[in-house]
Design a protein around this ligand. Structure first.
Ligand code: FAD
Length: 264
């Protein structure tokens, strides 16, 4: 199901993933003929009953009421996963990956497409008409952008926002969008090829793409674009990156725990 991002048009939809935390271990051990040996768990030494992950240890009775055996902690392959991670042995993390479908303004895609290790498939405005969807920032977004800009050079010395002027600017922006759409439609309806009729649409216009890469390169993307690791990246792309991070946490929980704790 698609997650809504930045306004009523923006979306991130998880399409599929491949591999898993286990597969990463398997590929790392392939060279030595080993495989995945299992995650750490709690186990009764006498009857062998399992009690799941180590974090539940404090909730388990010891000795085991069922048979009087002791509960022991069996170390698992999370140790190897952390070793790979901490020693920059990154290739095994390329054995897993994910694909997302994204609806975002063109200016977000321009930032996104700099990440050259992802594969992209974008809707073609040469063949299908562009829907009249443009990103319209809120006044709040503008205000928070001014605060951020006060700490860098993006505001070019202007660090105080006149809210009534900003509201008027948003109205003017909508006029530009409306005008661009009317020129676009005039072109399409009068037979101008779509590949040229689109010349007037703004970078705020929504486009749609699929983006796919392995887990290692998704993590590199997150490092540069997520709010958690890169608060200086533009707010709009951060919302997309944050949604992708959430999705990857569901699919690769153990790797993502290492990433979130220490980043790459
Ligand atoms: C906050 C921010 C501001 C930015 N501002 C600008 C800007 O003003 N103008 C601008 O043009 N760009 C800008 N960028 C884009 C930036 O320069 C990178 O192109 C973008 O972040 C992609 O990073 P990457 O190369 O690590 O990612 P990928 O292209 O996904 O590459 C991943 C990794 O693969 C390796 N790699 C990929 N290609 C090559 C290569 N050709 N040679 C050697 N190693 C390679 C590198 O190790 C790289 O880190 C900005 C990025 C951020 C996050």
């Amino acid at each position: 199901m698609a997650v809504k991002i930045i306004d009523q048009h923006g979306e991130v939809e998880f399409i599929e993933h491949w591999g898993s935390d286990e597969r990463i271990i398997e590929s790392a051990r392939m060279s030595t003929g080993g495989g995945f040996k299992g995650w750490g768990c709690l186990r009764c030494t006498k009857c062998g009953a399992g009690f799941g992950d180590a974090p539940q240890y404090s909730l388990i009775e010891n000795p085991h009421i069922g048979c009087g055996g002791n509960i022991e902690h069996i170390a698992g392959d999370e140790k190897l996963l952390a070793y790979l991670w901490n020693n920059q042995h990154t290739t095994p993390f390329e054995m897993a990956g994910a694909t997302f479908e994204i609806e975002a303004p063109i200016f977000v895609f321009r930032e996104w497409h700099r990440h050259r290790t992802q594969s992209y498939s974008e809707a073609s405005a040469r063949y299908i008409p562009l829907a009249n969807k443009n990103y319209m920032p809120t006044l709040e977004r503008i205000k928070s952008g001014v605060m951020l800009a006060a700490g860098n050079r993006q505001a070019q010395g202007v660090v105080k926002l006149d809210e009534s002027w900003a509201a008027q600017w948003l109205d003017r922006l909508q006029e530009v969008y409306d005008h661009a759409q009317s020129v676009y439609e005039l072109g399409v309806n009068s037979g101008v090829p779509k590949e040229l009729a689109r010349l007037c649409v703004p970078v705020a216009r929504y486009s749609r793409m699929r983006a796919s890469t392995d887990l290692l390169n998704w993590l590199r993307f997150l490092k540069l674009r997520c709010t958690r690791y890169a608060p200086g990246a533009q707010w709009e792309i951060r919302q997309y990156a944050d949604a992708i991070e959430n999705e990857l946490c569901l699919r690769f929980p153990r790797t993502m725990r290492l990433f979130v704790d220490g980043a790459l």
